[in-house]
Design a protein around this ligand. Structure first.
Ligand SMILES: *Cc1c(COP(=O)(O)O)cnc(C)c1O
Length: 360
């Protein structure tokens, strides 16, 4: 029996994708071997790689000005890889802090240059806001401004992305890329680890504008230097082949679902169901400002925290798994990525209502 998996990452994958991967495991398209066993420079893998790139470009409508790279190192790796690629002539950057992940990005960048906090969404209730552009206090001529467009732990999503003119905007979109259309032209760099909403752990998607490729620090490792990676079509070193293959299957699945507009409508419906039950009484609590509430990661608390273990045990008994909140904030968190079906969210909402009624 398959459960409903609300894990923040690695996370649920579409069942269709898992079945296809299983079918193709021993013999990919008559090649007589698994994708895992293929040379990354052979025609078979090259076609898998190329198709994944084309499908991702189509789904996200990535403009010709931007390269798509498949790297390793994850979102945390990018916290170092970004400054090493952009601090070559101006070793300073600005950070909009909306939660735990942007805080980490800010800290790591300090190893390579000066990091300035341009705005913070922290309140007495923790990270509950997405500061608007008017609140951002940018320093003079930063190399870039960093923003985590969806804070996975705190459940804060930034929907209003400003146009910063000549200043490159760098976004960590790890936990909501592909959940809705995004205007990629607004970003100098957009990166995402795959294990939330793209595929499996091991590959990091980095979308980088052509003019970002000429500013790397001399110490930047070649395997992480975007220019080198771009010039070699992500084949400078051996890429994470199987993770790229799974991403490609997810891209095809997303196209069959109707693309990102269709996913956005579905994700809005799923998120609304969950936030509505949270807001319907004082039993469950989410303090994130409404316009900044994440559609992918929904953290919530039970007003009476002594019931936490009971809540989780009851959920588990119904096949609703991985609902415990991140240890740094406590409470609960339901991650409802693209691959979590509407029925899963409905089952969770039913359970939450029942649990509340049972405790009354
Ligand atoms: C999960 C996550 C990361 C970290 O990803 P790793 O693959 O563990 O490096 C970074 N940023 C965000 C927003 C995330 O959700």
């Amino acid at each position: 029996m398959r459960v409903f998996n609300f894990s923040a990452g690695p996370a649920a994958l579409p069942e269709e994708v898992l079945r296809q991967a299983a079918d193709e495991m021993l013999d990919w398209h008559g090649s007589g071997m698994s994708v895992m066993e293929m040379s990354h420079r052979g025609a078979d893998f090259m076609s898998i790689h190329q198709e994944a790139l084309v499908d991702l470009r189509e789904l996200l409508e990535v403009p010709a000005s931007h390269h798509i790279l498949f790297l390793q190192g994850g979102g945390i790796g990018e916290n170092a890889i970004v400054p090493m690629n952009l601090f070559g002539s101006k070793p300073r950057a600005d950070f909009v802090i909306t939660g735990s992940w942007s805080q980490k990005s800010y800290k790591e960048a300090q190893k390579y240059g000066t990091a300035h906090i341009a705005a913070s969404g922290k309140t007495e209730d923790g990270f509950t806001r997405a500061p608007a552009r008017a609140e951002w206090q940018l320093s003079e001529d930063p190399a870039y401004v960093h923003l985590c467009t969806n804070e996975t732990i705190n459940g804060v999503e930034t929907f209003d992305i400003p146009d910063l003119g000549d200043i490159p905007l760098v976004a960590d979109a790890s936990s909501h890329i592909l959940s809705r259309p995004m205007d990629i032209a607004k970003y100098g760099v957009l990166y995402a680890g795959a294990q939330k909403n793209i595929g499996i752990a091991g590959v990091t998607v980095v979308i980088v504008r052509e003019d970002m490729l000429d500013r790397a620090m001399a110490i930047c490792p070649s395997a992480f230097e975007w220019k080198t990676v771009a010039e070699n079509n992500s084949m400078f070193n051996t890429p994470p082949t199987y993770a790229i293959y799974i991403s490609g299957l997810v891209f095809k699945w997303l196209k069959r679902q109707g693309g990102l507009k269709a996913m956005e409508a579905r994700n809005m419906e799923k998120a609304k169901l969950l936030y509505d039950v949270i807001d319907s009484s004082g039993f469950y609590i989410n303090k994130v400002e409404r316009h900044a509430r994440s559609r992918m990661n929904v953290p919530f608390f039970l007003a009476d925290e002594s019931r936490n273990e009971d809540f989780l045990a009851g959920a588990k008994a119904r096949g609703l798994l991985q609902l415990k909140g991140h240890k740094s904030v406590g409470g609960m968190r339901a991650s409802i990525y693209n691959a979590v079906p509407l029925e899963g969210v409905k089952a969770l909402v039913e359970y939450m209502k029942e649990f509340e009624a049972r405790c009354a």
